[in-house]
Design a binder for this molecule. Structure first.
Ligand code: CDP
Ligand code: CDP
Length: 221
């Protein structure tokens, strides 16, 4: 029974989705599927090929011909056509381009197909923007994580500081606000809570508090 569990986690950038999804998947023995990484791989390839990002049909063609592979071990390596791009997909250039490519229906169609295939392998914790509303509408339990824009930007900025990246809080806050705007305003599968999602405001909550809250809800439901 537990093997086929589907847990959907959506929300804006920096809400804590991937941190919580990884821990919950490990504790529950489920696969963790990071759908944002898939959109990042396509943005990375568009930039690498110097393809015009505004050319929707060219970008959709790139999405269709790219081989995106995930390693489900703890290393969580992400592959793009056989190249390890785990680090590269987190750079600011990719972060700035990703919401543009993610708004194209052709890109989404292709990646949603891959996401549903991942979910057929067994139980999953999947995080993204449209998991509860579109990718896994029949998920057993759906969470929508939020936090104030200031806290989300501060978390991401601290993460980048720790990684030795030279960015200011202001830059992170501006890029994040723009990405959330594009994700919320796009026509296909915009960022919004599913009708049956549990909305959790994570402002001021530690990772431990959030994990125990979520595990209690999963196990209690
Ligand atoms: O981790 P972070 O919040 O920075 O973003 P992410 O989860 O890696 O997602 C990067 C981008 O991919 C988002 O800003 C969306 O534009 C897009 N995305 C999406 O459109 N649908 C998803 N299910 C997941 C990500
Ligand atoms: O995946 P998403 O963009 O929603 O967020 P994340 O990458 O999981 O979290 C962004 C950063 O916030 C990470 O460095 C987490 O360690 C941190 N975080 C936190 O400090 N407190 C929380 N309650 C949740 C996440």
């Amino acid at each position: 029974q537990q093997q086929a569990l589907q847990i959907a986690i959506d929300g804006p950038a920096g809400a804590g989705k991937s941190t919580i999804a990884k821990i919950a998947a490990k504790q529950l023995g489920l696969f963790y599927v990071d759908t944002g990484a898939m959109y990042r791989v396509i943005a990375y390839k568009v930039l690498k090929n110097r393809a015009p990002i505004d050319d929707e049909s060219m970008v959709s063609q790139i999405a269709k011909s790219t081989v995106v592979v995930f390693d489900h071990s703890d290393k969580r390596i992400v592959w793009c056509d056989g190249e390890d791009v785990t680090q590269e997909i987190r750079c600011p250039e990719v972060s700035r381009a990703v919401s543009v490519v993610a708004a194209y229906p052709g890109v989404r169609e292709r990646l949603v197909e891959l996401q549903r295939m991942e979910a057929e392998r067994g139980g999953v914790v999947m995080d993204g923007r449209d998991i509860g509303t579109y990718v896994l509408p029949e998920a057993d339990i759906k969470f929508f994580l939020t936090a104030t824009p200031e806290e989300r930007a501060r978390r991401r900025w601290m993460e980048l500081q720790k990684a030795g990246k030279d960015v200011t809080y202001q830059e992170v806050a501006i890029d994040m606000a723009e990405r959330d705007r594009l994700d919320t305003e796009r026509e296909v599968s915009p960022l919004k809570p599913a009708k049956d999602a549990i909305i959790l405001d994570t402002t001021g909550l530690s990772i431990e508090e959030l994990v125990s809250k979520i595990l209690a809800l999963v196990q209690g439901g």
